[in-house]
Design a protein around this ligand. Structure first.
Ligand code: PHE
Ligand code: NA
Length: 501
């Protein structure tokens, strides 16, 4: 049968889509706070190490698997070696978990975009966010749905569904071609405004002043590696899927370098914008930037920023651009997460693109509403995020690198594949990085993280709660992956598949 697989319509279409996936909420609200708490200017050392020794090499690994075996993660791994299909599903289920809460955050950004026009969050932005908007209760499982969250969540899933029902060159590619340039321009405007505010320089000094002693802290290194993984969207099966839509003649490694560079540049840009703004806030309150609270995560975007916006001349425009940027950055990432899931379901069950897009979006929408649009949503989100990113994704990367290099021994094949199609050639050092250095480093980090999560818990939440939402998330991903693997393959698998080149 002839090859009927969708393709990106041009190499730059792929690059933009991959940048769209990488540049997301992680750049805007995760990076600045993590860098600040992890040694400021000194964080550049673990960050660059993580990028060069694990981030880019594993990005190339994802790309090579997707391009060589031309399928979403489960089928690509199955074609590489049949039992490794389970690893593909593990990655895809992890993506699925992330997507259901990521949608909630995009939904909040949509509400806040509207609120910015007349600063409806009022003076006490913390009370507004947790009380009036999210109606947060104690950690627990609540069935009380909050309509102001659930309605935009439904809109997000409808939009995702529409994009995924189209061919990649019409859906994902067109959305990113519009949103990514718009996002860069909007964000650049925001940064220029921010650095011209009084106190901005104090904010930048706070962010960039190096604390070299942080480098001896293992947690700082862990923070750098998880930031890089989340930020580049690697080891989630997503870049495998994206690369599978590349044409045969294509330049994989150079695209990877462009994507990694664009993503890191956007992180630095966001760090500058966010800390210049925080410097202004500290200046207004006459305190040191380091004494401010709420510098990371949802609190940064939905509590601290609204408070600053209140004090800024023309704050409502600044607010609308900021939340507009969060929506665009978030949307181009969530469609990448869902494309991985939808394409996997499509291939496994032999469904049409539309049927699989509808099924997957509907399931996601229901779970997004049930778990993250209720009065217990914020705490659930925080817990699931912690486990998915620090336990799930690191485990996925360790298992993937060890399996590819040492168990099915495909690193040589993939290395030659990358070099055959790319102008930027990679040497044996790549195999050493993914086969030796990355697994060792990542295992040390994972063990340390597990010890701290088991010993100290998380955020003082009750143990039963962590068992359910933290460890339960990992258990769900593993069990779902095993079940999906056990179901017999219903679509086309390897029968008429011929590997490139
Ligand atoms: N890379 C995106 C960000 O930085 C998030 C993301 C994670 C996207 C996982 C896809 C998969 O926000
Ligand atoms: Na990112």
């Amino acid at each position: 049968a002839p090859e009927t697989r969708d393709t990106w319509s041009s190499p730059s279409g792929f690059i933009l889509a991959a940048i769209g996936s990488a540049v997301g909420l992680g750049n805007i609200w995760r990076f600045p706070g993590v860098a600040f708490e992890s040694g400021g200017g000194a964080f550049i050392v673990p960050y660059l190490c993580a990028l060069l020794t694990a981030g880019i090499p594993i990005l190339f690994l994802d790309y090579s698997i997707g391009h060589r075996y031309r399928a979403a993660a489960p089928l690509a791994f199955r074609r590489m070696s049949r039992p490794t299909e389970a690893l593909g599903w593990f990655q895809i289920m992890l993506s699925f978990v992330i997507a259901v809460y990521y949608a909630a955050v995009i939904a909040w950004s949509m509400s806040y975009f509207v609120y910015s026009f007349n600063l409806s969050w009022g003076e006490d932005t913390l009370a507004f966010f947790t009380g009036e908007y999210l109606k947060v209760g104690d950690p627990g499982v609540s069935a009380t749905i909050v309509p102001s969250v659930a309605i935009p969540v439904v809109l997000v899933w409808v939009a995702v569904l529409v994009v995924l029902a189209l061919k990649v060159s019409d859906g994902v590619q067109k959305v990113t071609v519009v949103f990514i340039p718009l996002l860069f321009v909007a964000f650049a405007g925001l940064v220029i405004r921010a650095i011209t505010l009084p106190g901005a320089m104090d904010g930048l000094n706070a962010l960039f002043t190096p604390d070299w002693s942080a480098l001896s802290n293992l947690n700082v290194w862990i923070a750098a590696y998880s930031q890089i993984f989340f930020s580049l969207s690697i080891a989630f099966g997503i870049m495998v899927t994206y690369a599978s839509y590349q044409r045969r003649k294509t330049n994989m490694t150079t695209s990877g370098l462009v994507v990694a560079f664009a993503n890191s540049s956007f992180e630095i840009l966001a760090g500058i914008g966010v800390f210049a703004t925080l410097g202004f806030m500290a200046h207004q309150q006459d305190v040191a930037v380091g004494d401010l609270e709420g510098l990371t995560g949802p609190i940064l975007s939905f509590v601290t920023f609204p408070a600053v916006i209140n004090q800024m001349p023309g704050g409502n425009i600044f607010g609308a651009v900021f939340f507009g940027a969060l929506i665009m950055a978030g949307f181009t990432s969530i469609i990448s997460i869902l494309l991985g899931v939808a394409a996997s379901v499509q291939e496994k069950f032999g469904l049409s693109r539309t049927a699989s897009a509808i099924t997957v979006s509907a399931v996601c929408a229901v779970i997004s509403i049930a778990l993250f649009s209720t009065t217990s949503g914020l705490i659930a989100l925080d817990t699931v995020d912690q486990w998915a990113n620090n336990v799930g994704i690191i485990t996925s990367a360790i298992v993937m690198t060890i399996v590819v290099v040492w168990v099915v021994r495909k690193s040589g094949v993939l290395n030659r594949h990358l070099n055959a199609v790319s102008t930027f050639k990679i040497g044996r050092v790549w195999v050493v990085l993914i086969g030796v250095l990355a697994p060792i480093f990542l295992t040390v980090m994972l063990v340390d993280k597990l010890i701290s999560l088991i010993g100290d818990g998380y955020e003082g939440y009750p143990q039963w709660y962590l068992a359910l939402f933290g460890w339960g998330t990992i258990a769900f991903v593993v069990v779902a992956a095993l079940i999906l693997t056990a179901i017999p393959w219903k679509g086309r698998d390897n029968k008429d598949f011929v590997a490139w080149p």
